[in-house]
Structures are given as C-alpha cells and as structure tokens.
Design a protein around this ligand. Structure first.
Ligand code: GLN
Length: 489
C-alpha cells in the first residue's frame, strides 16, 4: 500500500494528501512550493554514481516517505529561492547529493520549505517570499532559519524535512515547533547542492517527529561524496565516536551546565525537569563548566559573516541572481542587482563580514575568532572525557512573536549560544522535544563527540516525544497509526 493510502486510509490518493497539505498550509505557510508530482517529470539523472536517483522503490523505513526540502537545497525541477528575491525566479537544474540518496532509499520530495533569506536568521521572518507561523501559536514564529521544514513536520504535513544548520538552523526551529531536529557531524553528509552560507559550519540536517525516521534518513544521506571534498566516509570516522560500541548502553554520564544566565523561566524549568528525569532513570549527571560559552556568539557571528560575505559575492546579477533592467555600466549593474536583490539582514551580514575581513584587521577579528573556536573545541573534548553526552537547552528563549517587538534581531542572535557551540566544534547535536512552557514547546539539546551520533539516538529515545499542535488534526489519528513507520517488509 502506498504511503498516501496508509496515511489517509484507502481509498484516499495522492490527490487527497496534496489537498490536505494545501489546506493546512494556507494557515501555516511552511511551503514555498508544494507539488508531489513534480519529481515524476523532472530530470532524475544518475549524477551521484549510485544509479538512477529518482523514484526507485526502495526498501525500509524511507520507502514512499514524503519529504520536504528547505529551499536552499537543490532539487531538480523545483525552485531554489533561498527565500530571496534575488533567486525568486530560479528553477533548479540539479539535485543535492543528500536528496538523491534519500530518493535512492525510496523517499519522495513533495515540496520546498520557507527559510530566512540564505539561512540568515532565527525566525523565518527574514524570508522575502512568505511568512511561516508556529503551529502552536500563529502569532509566533516557527523559528529559523529552517522554519518551514520544522513547521511542516510539526503540523503533520510531512514526516521528514531536510534543513541546513550553520549555527542552529535545524535545531532551533525544531525546538520552537516541538519536533526532533538533528545536526550531523560536520562533513558526515555531503553539502553538494546546499547553497553555501558559511562553508566551515554548514551541514545538511533534518527534522522528524520520531527518531527511527531521522536515523534512517541520516544512514541514507551520510558518507563520502566526490563532489564535496569536506565530506567524510563513515569508516574514516576517527573521532571519539568510533571507539564507542554502537547501541544505547554506552551513555552513562551526562554533562549538565550550571549557573546558566538569561534562561527564560520556562526554559529553566524544562532544563531542570529533564535533568530530574535522567537522574530518575539512573543516569549519572555531572556538572561541567564551559568557560568558552560566553565567546560562542561573537566567534560564530565573526566566522559566519566573514564566510558569508565571500560566498555571497557570486550573486551579482550577471552569473547568478536577478539582473536589473537597466544600468549605465557594469559596476552599476552589480550594485543595483545586489541592492534590489538582498534583504536587510543579508546586507547587514555581508557588511559585517567584509568589515571583519578587511585588510589589516583579520588578526583582530577573524583569526581571533578562529582561536576561540579552537578553545571551544578543546574544552568540549575535555568534557567528553568525563561524560558521553552534554545536555543543554536548545534555545534560551521560548518561541517569540513575529517581528522584533518581543525579541530584537540582536537578542535573536544572542539566543544562538547553545546551538552555535556545536556548530563551531563540528560535533553532532540533536534537539529533543517533550518539554512545554505556557503551551509552547521547549527543546533540549544533546551534544556528542564527532561521529558519536549513536549516543544522540540512544539518549533521545529516553527523552523525546513530539506533541500535536492544537488546531491541526491530531497527528496519531491521521498518520502515525496508519504508518509513518513504514512496514514494507
Ligand atoms: N540563527 C543563526 C544565524 O542567523 C543560524 C543560522 C543557520 O544555522 N543557518 O546565523
């Protein structure tokens, strides 16, 4: 039986599924493009070297599973807007390796999701192309930058959605929407086909309501790709993870942070309750201190904006991006294209990145940030000698109202502290749902050493449980019992 039948119950069809998603998404705004049939007609070449990527039947958990893809990840036939006016008209001619591998395992791309422009932001409000609401409260943001992916999964429109995570962009919206959000070890999943934001930090990650789906997606996507020279084969794993036996039993001691300042009361309470839960289940909780935590946000924004300013130089209205109708000379053409094409947050980041990289000042900013990055990595490595996993809140604040009234753009950046820690260190991290404050989801973040993703699945299973947003069809009723876990035997 097809996924569509299992979900909606025979004799429902793909058309019924599509109608359901379209109706729900009118209020949610998760998708920039939804078209489950599109991949049937689009080019599905063989460029990943694994044979035809497209709609192979596949076996196992991912077979027939609809997947949504953040609109900064390439899928042939769909748009690739990055949430930007600049790329609004682009139809993408090729497919990201991560997507091809999911398709080879049987998953089907049904649409592209909204995001903060080029992945820059924490609210998805920085998208030039639409507004995405939090499914638990439409007046609030879904988080960002992968807000569309997290919201679509939370509202039950898809069981799996890809996002990109540079400083928290999968985990933070997952936390705000009450679903799992996973950032793999840097290099574990190919970035070929992911539009570059900050290349030393960017990873392809995913959101799901259950860990079986996430784990299967990671297993399908991971591994060496000759098109991305920063990608790594699982057998090349030399991090602490490889010394650890697979399975759940290896997590005994969990590191927790004390004396955290600036947590919203609801987040503080959720953190305490998670710690109590783990203690109750026999885990050893060890206090660890991360002295470098206070430098994470400045170091992250220095490195991320520096790399972004270089990566975004390609959008000049000539080779990439919308070209202005008229210009007197080439300089003016490029200037006008960039002025009209980019939104304010992207311009801010390009300016900041250019500033920190300007000649004579690299020492003061970029290189200093790199030294902080090394210190963060070293401090985490020392912590992982004592504990197998570190527990932090994913985000220090609750999902905030649209606009800047409740949390300014600057405060939104400060709230990246816990997620950006893992990004700077290149280690895997998982935001786990299951805690609540004022009716809103609060995610808890698990950190593990490079390539020790197994520990995240193990502890995530102990803790997590996705909810069902009010005003959306109770998820288990319409989907889970019918088979988000596929049983194609
Ligand atoms: N909020 C972070 C930023 O704005 C995260 C972005 C990301 O991970 N793409 O840079």
């Amino acid at each position: 039986m097809s996924y569509w039948n299992r979900v909606l119950g025979a004799p429902h069809t793909r058309e019924a599924y599509a109608a359901f998603v379209r109706a729900q998404d009118e209020r949610l705004g998760a998708f920039l493009e939804f078209d489950p049939e599109r991949r049937n007609t689009a080019d599905r070449g063989t460029e990943d070297g694994r044979g035809a990527g497209g709609h192979r039947r596949g076996v196992g958990l991912l077979a027939g599973l609809p997947v949504a893809v953040k609109d900064n990840i390439a899928v042939a036939g769909f748009r690739l807007t990055c949430g930007s006016r600049f790329l609004e008209a682009l139809r993408c001619p090729y497919t990201a390796t991560a997507v091809r591998r999911l398709e080879a395992a049987g998953a089907r791309v049904v649409g592209k999701t909204n995001l903060d422009e080029f992945g820059m932001g924490s609210s998805t409000d920085n998208s030039a192309l639409g507004v995405t609401n939090n499914p638990y409260d439409h007046a609030r943001v879904a988080g960002g930058s992968s807000g569309g992916s997290a919201a679509a999964v939370a509202a039950g429109l898809v069981p799996l959605a890809l996002g990109s995570d540079t400083g928290g962009s999968v985990r933070q919206p997952a936390s705000f929407c009450g679903v799992y959000g996973f950032k793999p070890t840097y290099g574990a999943v190919s970035r070929y086909g992911l539009v570059a934001f900050a290349s030393s930090l960017d990873v392809v990650g995913a959101c799901a309501r259950d860990l079986d789906t996430l784990e299967a997606a990671f297993a399908a996507m991971r591994g060496l790709d000759e098109r991305d020279h920063s990608s790594l084969a699982p057998e090349a794993d030399t991090g602490a993870g490889s010394a650890v036996p697979a399975g759940g039993a290896e997590v005994r001691a969990v590191g927790v942070l004390t004396g955290l300042e600036g947590l919203a009361p609801g987040v503080q309470a959720a953190y305490a309750s998670t710690i109590a839960k783990l203690r109750g289940r026999g885990y050893e909780l060890r206090e660890i201190s991360l002295n470098t935590l206070q430098y994470v946000v400045p170091a992250y924004y220095t490195i991320a904006t520096a790399e972004a300013s270089a990566n975004l130089a390609r959008y000049n209205g000539v080779r990439y991006g919308a070209r202005p109708e008229m210009a007197d000379n080439p300089d003016e053409l490029v200037r006008t294209a960039r002025d009209e094409g980019f939104g304010p947050e992207v311009k801010l980041r390009i300016l900041l990145g250019t500033y920190v990289l300007r000649s004579g000042f690299q020492d003061q900013y970029y290189l200093r940030a790199q030294r902080i990055r090394t210190a963060i990595r070293n401090e985490l490595n020392r912590a992982f000698e004592q504990v197998q996993v570190i527990l932090t809140p994913t985000v220090p604040v609750l999902p905030f109202a649209h606009g800047e009234g409740e949390l300014t753009a600057f405060e939104q950046k400060l709230a990246d502290q816990f997620t950006a820690t893992a990004s700077l260190a290149g280690i895997p991290a998982l935001s786990v749902p299951g805690e609540w404050a004022d009716g809103l989801p609060v995610g808890m973040q698990l950190l593990a050493p490079a390539f020790a993703e197994n520990r995240l699945w193990a502890l995530g299973r102990e803790l997590g449980e996705a909810g069902t947003p009010p005003d959306y069809p109770a998820f288990p009723e319409w989907a889970a019992s019918a088979g988000y876990r596929l049983d194609l035997g």
